[in-house]
Design a protein around this ligand. Sequence first.
Ligand code: LMR
Length: 396
Amino acid sequence: MFAAVTPVPPDAILGLSLAYAADTRSDKIDLGVGVYRTIEGETPVMAAVKKAEAFVIDHQNSKRYTPPEGAPGFTDNILKLVFGDADVLQSGRAAAVQAPGGCGALRLAADLLNRFGARTISTGAPTWANHKPLMGAAGFDIQMLPYYDAASSSIDFDAYVEAVKKLGPSDVLLIHNCCHNPTGADLSTDQIDILAQMAKEQGFFPLIDAAYHGFAQDLEKDAYMIRAFADRVPEVLVTYSCSKNFGLYRERVGALIVVSDTAERALAIKSHALNIARANYSMPPAHGGAVVSEILGSPELSKMWRDELAAMSGEVRGNRQKLVAEAEKAGLGNRLSYITNQHGMFSLLPLNEEEVVKMRVDHGVYIVGGGRINMCGVNHTNVERLVAAFKAVTQS
Ligand code: LMR
């Protein structure tokens, strides 16, 4: 069977973490995988998570299977977090299933769309490095539409809209909710409104990837896109991740949220999602879902978590300012100033592939292909070296 097997190349993002770990240079800088980091380079367990975990473990008296839709209370709490008191929730048009992380939710969504005859999935370029392989494994050849204009370091909305105009009822548009990965260039609320109206008129299917809820501005503002689409179009799928906002990366906890025009249809779609999950991994892991449910169900833990999340996202905004200020100080003028207009963990440095390699090999700065940097890894201890390395590789 495997006589002719050869290894696949390392993953674009996870492979970089392995290479970073193997690098013995003490002044190396990790701007790779999208995890929050303190100045010491640590990714601590959030205090609210620690408390919730202690409660969950203490009250756990069995390891029997969890219900297929996930930990008790998880989906109700996530739906409340995402929709607040929006009508879509009151009317029962929204339903959810817990999934093994954002990736698991995306795969469920793709299988569901495949089952019901979606023809294409399109998204703005560039996109998260795993979108293509993930959708490819579900049978979709993801189509790239113009989105980010590298020359102006901003969204080319006119070009994007022109491309989206060509989508019809059997097409899916995959949209990043906020904290666009890899560019950090998010759609404005006006642009979201235009897109939602186009979805309504043209009938293309919106698939919203929400992996960074609360990391751009705050939990309310970051829910704008999901609520705007759910208000205006009959059907939406949202793939939700708790990896970043709850810091639960390795616990693999996320959700597939289904919005339909009637409560009855939402439940029918949910039953298909559960059926697909059963044929694949049966049910999601219990621990992370129970922890999230415990946090969101407790006013005290919920406040603690919200405060911690706000502090993390505030810190990342501060890191953006540090980088831009350092670039100005180093004589780069406003070359990197666009970075403070962007949101979330990522932005692109204007680097070609050869320069990305030079940053890593010559300067120990680990950057994802395409120039993506994780802003969490930028801090006052390394920003000078980072800018110096950028200057050296771009001006040599
Ligand atoms: C990232 O983009 O770095 C994260 O979402 C981690 C991953 O799985 O790629």
